[in-house]
Write a protein that binds this ligand. Structure first.
Ligand code: ZN
Length: 290
């Protein structure tokens, strides 16, 4: 009997603790990091599109569908970034709450194949990332009011770090002359970064990575790099670097390094959102500063 009580005593608190944790699913690595920062040990998190992977081309697995069915909270980017998630959710109709972390962001509208569409890559602005973090903390606090104070505290601590990086970015980018603000990347993932700091990002591929650029697009980009004296050409972690290397080579430009666009790095400093942003900032500055 004593043994049974002892065993129950061990088992009960553990199972209660486990049951109390929110099951959260995030669509891609950047949201996973922001959500872990806010949720800490109080949530069980499953992330769908891994670090260094391309969310535009993602095919969800049966395990992903199961995780979505079990989730108390599903956190997506929104702005048309995850069409594959919409398809799974439409067919499985999970009961968990669904939020778009980008809710409240002012979308950058672009022309894509003759249509006006929102640019989904809103996380490439730190000001928008603050909106993401606030949305995530609010959703966690609503679903798990017992830990709302913890989520709010963790949110505020994170935003203090984010604001420090914002200050650094403002100061560094402000020092760039107007003539040195043109950047070439693989696909149009940095519109919000460009908008926030008056940098012009040019890419052979559009907002998504679905369509390969035509030979004419590539030739026109090479001419533009030559005629405008663009010095900074970058590969992206989620894309095959060969096209950009070929463009840089033919335009007589050098590849300034790797920018993290739609996914964190699997390891190293760019494996967190703030680390990724700082890596991109430092890499851009090293190539652009006079
Ligand atoms: Zn993208």
């Amino acid at each position: 009997m004593r043994y049974l009580l002892f065993a129950l005593g061990l088992w009960l608190p553990l199972s209660l603790q486990a049951a109390e944790k929110l099951n959260v699913v995030t669509s891609f690595s950047i949201l996973a990091d922001l959500t872990r920062e806010v949720g800490g040990d109080h949530i069980d998190l499953i992330n769908l599109v891994d670090a260094d992977a391309d969310a535009h081309l993602y095919e969800p697995s049966p395990d992903d569908a199961k995780a979505l069915l079990r989730a108390d909270l599903i956190i997506a980017n929104g702005l048309g970034f995850e069409p594959w998630l919409e398809r799974v959710l439409a067919s499985s109709e999970p009961s968990g709450k669904r939020i778009n972390a980008s809710a409240g962001v002012v979308p950058l509208m672009l022309n894509e194949d003759g249509e006006r569409v929102p640019d989904p890559h809103a996380w490439q602005s730190l000001t928008n990332a603050e909106i993401y973090v606030r949305n995530i903390a609010k959703a966690l606090g609503e679903l798990d009011p017992a830990h709302r104070d913890v989520y709010d505290e963790r949110r505020d601590a994170y935003l203090t770090r984010l604001h420090a990086l914002l200050k650094k970015a403002d100061a560094q980018i402000a020092s760039l002359p107007p003539s040195q603000r043109k950047v070439v990347t693989s696909h149009d993932a940095f519109g919000y970064l460009g908008q926030a700091w008056q940098l012009e990002f040019i890419a052979p591929q559009g907002l998504s990575t679905h369509d390969e650029p035509s030979a004419a697009d590539v030739a026109s980009l090479i001419r533009q790099i030559r005629s405008e004296g663009v010095r900074a050409v970058f590969v992206e972690n989620i894309r095959d670097p060969r096209l950009i290397e070929q463009i840089a080579d033919e335009a007589g430009a050098t590849v300034g390094g790797t920018l993290y666009s739609d996914a964190l790095a699997s390891e190293g400093p760019a494996s967190t959102y703030l680390g990724m942003f700082e890596h991109n900032l430092d890499t851009l500055m090293a190539a652009l500063k006079p």
